[in-house]
Every structure is written in structure tokens, then in C-alpha cells.
Design a protein around this ligand. Structure first.
Ligand SMILES: C[S@@+](CC[C@H](N)C(=O)[O-])C[C@H]1O[C@@H](n2cnc3c(N)ncnc32)[C@H](O)[C@@H]1O
Length: 239
């Protein structure tokens, strides 16, 4: 499929979910099995009865988790391969084509925006942050879910990966968000798979073979790994 998104120039196809939505579904199912990340997100910016946008919602895995509680749930996604999957996910949610810098919603119309591993990989995210703050109501909040690069087995792999080098080892993102008034909290969690084959396939999707294979060889019985998440939150009031 040709990924024509010339009207969404900030669209960067996701190498993991964009190329292999079924495998990324297994990753989503395995991550944070006790719901600690969701609990921290809910405590920081409750969505009961409110309007929630999942920005860069991918195939829409998380939309369903919000739908029973939020007043209205909207997924926004630029990838034409993932949009139809998200749109079919749950009749209670609405899915729109758009991107962080082009959110197809009116000013001050949303209470909570979540961006989970989507777009906000600083630096260079000023336009998306301004656009998110445009659609958030006074009193509303943007929460960005990212990887912590300092603690846990996943972070050890990430620090050795080409991706982390491009991100300045995490300190660059921390400084970028701090300069913009975001607060930062971490959540100690894990990946927990039920099948070893799934862990191996997901790890090999996320990391080059020279990182994934030695880790798997050194942990032959593992069905998961420790994983620390970081949440950056920006309130409209502080903006
Ligand atoms: C790693 S996937 C995560 C998807 C989803 N948030 C999840 O956790 O299942 C990253 C997502 O960001 C989307 N994306 C890429 N560029 C974007 C942009 N400029 N604005 C918003 N989302 C974007 C990708 O198409 C993909 O769906």
C-alpha cells in the first residue's frame, strides 16, 4: 500500500505496528498486565464521563479500554493501514484520520489526550504540542506515555539500541518536557506473555537481532521482562 499522507507531513509510519499490526496486538496484550500504567494515567487525569482522544491510536487497542468509562472516545490516526482496524474496534468509539499536528477537532473540545508511543519523541514536537493544547479545554490534560530508559530489563535493551542513541539516552526528552511545564512520573511494570514464542517474536520486532537474540539466549525460561514506563503530563492551565 502506498502511504500517501502528503496532507499530514508529520506522519512517521511506525516500524512495529505499521508493519505488523497482529504482532503489535500481542505486545499490547502483554504489556502492563496489572494495569498500573492505566491507573497512573487515570489518577493524573481522570476520564470518567469526559471526552478522551487517543492520539496516534494505531489499530485502536486502547480505545476499548477507555470506552466503558469515558463519556466520548475519539481515536486519531494517520496510517491508512491502521485506520480501518481502529475504526472496526468498538462501536462506542469514533476514529478520525489526523495526526498530532493536524487534529480534526474544534478548539477546546477535549478533556484528556493520550499519546501512547506516538509522535512525541522530542525534540521537534512543538507543533504537535501546540495543536494538542488547542483542542484541550481549560482544565484538560495531555498525557504522553513513553519508555523510561534508566530502569528495567527493557530499558537496558533500549539503551543499547540505535533508537536510544537518537534520543540522547532519555535525558533529551526529560529536558524538553521539563522546559514545557510537564510533570514526569514513572511506573514500574512488566511485559508478561503466556507463550514464549510470542515474547521472542515481539522482542525481535522491537530490537535488532544482535540485541534480541543474546537476551533471549540468556533468559531461556522467561515469559516477560521488567519494564518502566514514563508519563509526561501537561495541563492546559499550565500552558
Ligand atoms: C508504536 S505505534 C503505537 C500505537 C498505539 N498508540 C498503541 O499504543 O497501540 C505509533 C503510532 O503513531 C502513529 N503516528 C505516526 N506519526 C504520527 C503523528 N504525526 N501523529 C500522530 N500519530 C502518529 C503511527 O501511525 C502509529 O499508529
Amino acid at each position: 500500500m502506498i502511504l500517501d499522507a502528503s496532507d499530514l507531513p508529520d506522519f512517521r509510519p511506525a516500524a512495529n505496528q505499521g508493519e505488523n499490526a497482529a504482532l503489535y496486538e500481542l505486545e499490547n496484550q502483554a504489556l502492563d498486565p496489572d494495569g498500573l500504567v492505566l491507573a497512573a494515567m487515570r489518577a493524573r487525569a481522570p476520564w470518567r464521563g469526559r471526552t478522551l482522544v487517543d492520539l496516534g491510536c494505531g489499530s485502536g487497542y486502547w480505545l476499548t479500554r477507555y470506552a466503558g468509562e469515558a463519556g466520548r472516545v475519539i481515536g486519531v490516526e494517520p496510517d491508512p493501514r491502521l485506520l480501518p482496524l481502529a475504526a472496526q474496534r468498538d462501536p462506542r468509539v469514533q476514529v478520525l484520520r489526523g495526526s498530532a499536528e493536524h487534529i480534526p477537532l474544534p478548539d477546546a473540545s477535549v478533556d484528556v489526550i493520550h499519546a501512547r508511543f506516538a509522535y512525541f519523541f522530542p525534540p521537534g514536537c512543538e507543533a504537535g504540542l501546540a495543536e494538542a493544547m488547542r483542542v484541550v479545554r481549560p482544565g484538560g490534560t495531555l498525557i504522553v506515555i513513553d519508555n523510561d530508559l534508566h530502569h528495567g530489563e527493557f530499558a537496558t535493551l533500549l539503551r543499547a539500541s540505535p533508537w536510544a542513541a537518537a534520543q540522547g539516552g532519555g535525558s533529551l526528552a526529560d529536558a524538553w518536557w521539563a522546559e514545557r511545564g510537564a510533570d514526569r512520573q514513572t511506573v514500574h511494570s512488566e511485559w508478561r506473555f503466556t507463550r514464549r514464542d510470542d515474547l521472542e517474536a515481539v522482542l525481535r520486532m522491537e530490537f535488532p537481532a544482535d540485541l534480541a537474540d543474546p537476551w533471549l539466549a540468556a533468559h531461556p525460561e522467561s515469559l516477560g521482562l521488567s519494564y518502566r514506563y514514563v508519563l509526561f503530563a501537561v495541563d492546559k492551565a499550565a500552558w
